[in-house]
Design a binder for this molecule. Structure first.
Ligand code: ADP
Ligand code: MG
Length: 260
């Protein structure tokens, strides 16, 4: 299998994208009086990498969480590979399995080894045989560069290594799309690149990805499109080069002036 840390390859915009895989249409979400998602329309195509940026509190995490129904929505629809997400039931569990999620805090099972963290989902939720799950897990751990840590507990690993295990764990479920919610913001600076390199490799292998991050380097290396959110709305979207060099909205310009 290809080494995910390989740096060269085609520019993101040269990678082809396919048909719509994740489609949000008129999505509304309230927390009490707070209107956190306001009629959000967003399409992510097969093989596409979309980066979401925006100020704290603009609804980025909530948007991610609605896509695998960690949050319900008040109005609108979300379809994944042509099937509308139901609010509950067996179909929900099946559709949710199509969506891999990596959080800021790695959320590994603390009392399970690295290898067990990667095999538990497939054996329990997908009925994969133990031996097959272990073989696949080792392949994924090699791919993210932590195979030599397989028999340790998460706490014995660095933050960057733990986050790479979390990516391997999500991949083990064979998701159709991977969501990343600020995957490097809890990491020490020297560990950020080892995680971003794995994500860039994943993008170049054609994974469909929705990534909340303020890492402009990642957006430039891997994203087809940057989506800027503010106040629960998508304010502006463009390819990374256009967005970072010539944002059109005052809100995006203001935001970029604070983080660049
Ligand atoms: P971001 O990820 O862009 O920082 P969030 O999606 O986390 O934004 O939050 C959007 C808004 O919704 C914020 O004002 C936040 O305080 C609020 N919020 C998020 N989750 C909840 C919740 N479970 N209950 C109430 N308010 C929430
Ligand atoms: Mg957030």
């Amino acid at each position: 299998m290809a080494d995910l840390a390989v740096q060269d390859g085609p520019a993101p915009t040269e990678r082809p994208v396919g048909d719509p895989l994740v489609v949000l249409s008129g999505v509304d979400k309230h927390f009490g009086a707070l209107h956190v998602l306001q009629g959000v329309d967003l399409t992510v195509r097969r093989g596409e990498v979309v980066v979401i940026i925006g100020p704290s509190g603009s609804g980025k995490s909530t948007l991610c969480r609605t896509i695998n129904r960690l949050e319900t929505i008040d109005a609108g629809t979300i379809t994944i590979d042509g099937k509308e997400l139901p609010s509950e039931g067996r179909d929900l569990a099946r559709l949710r399995a199509d969506v891999g999620m990596v959080f800021q805090s790695f959320n590994l099972f603390a009392h399970r080894t690295v290898l067990e963290n990667v095999t538990l989902g497939p054996t329990r939720a997908k009925g994969v045989k133990k031996a097959a799950a272990r073989e696949r897990a080792m392949e994924l751990l090699r791919r993210v560069g932590v195979a030599d840590q397989a028999h340790k507990l998460p706490a014995q690993l660095s933050g960057g290594q733990q986050q790479r295990v979390a990516i391997a764990r999500a991949l083990a479920m064979d998701p159709k799309v991977m969501l990343f919610d600020e995957p490097t913001s809890a990491l020490d600076p020297e560990m950020i690149n080892e995680v971003l390199d794995v994500m860039v490799g994943l993008a170049r292998d054609g994974m469909t990805m929705l990534v909340v991050t303020h890492e402009m380097g990642f957006a430039r290396r891997a994203a087809h499109r940057v989506v800027f959110m503010d106040g629960g709305q998508i304010v502006e979207q463009a390819d990374p080069e256009t967005f970072f060099t010539a944002p059109t909205s005052a809100r995006a310009r203001d935001f970029l002036s604070k983080i660049l």
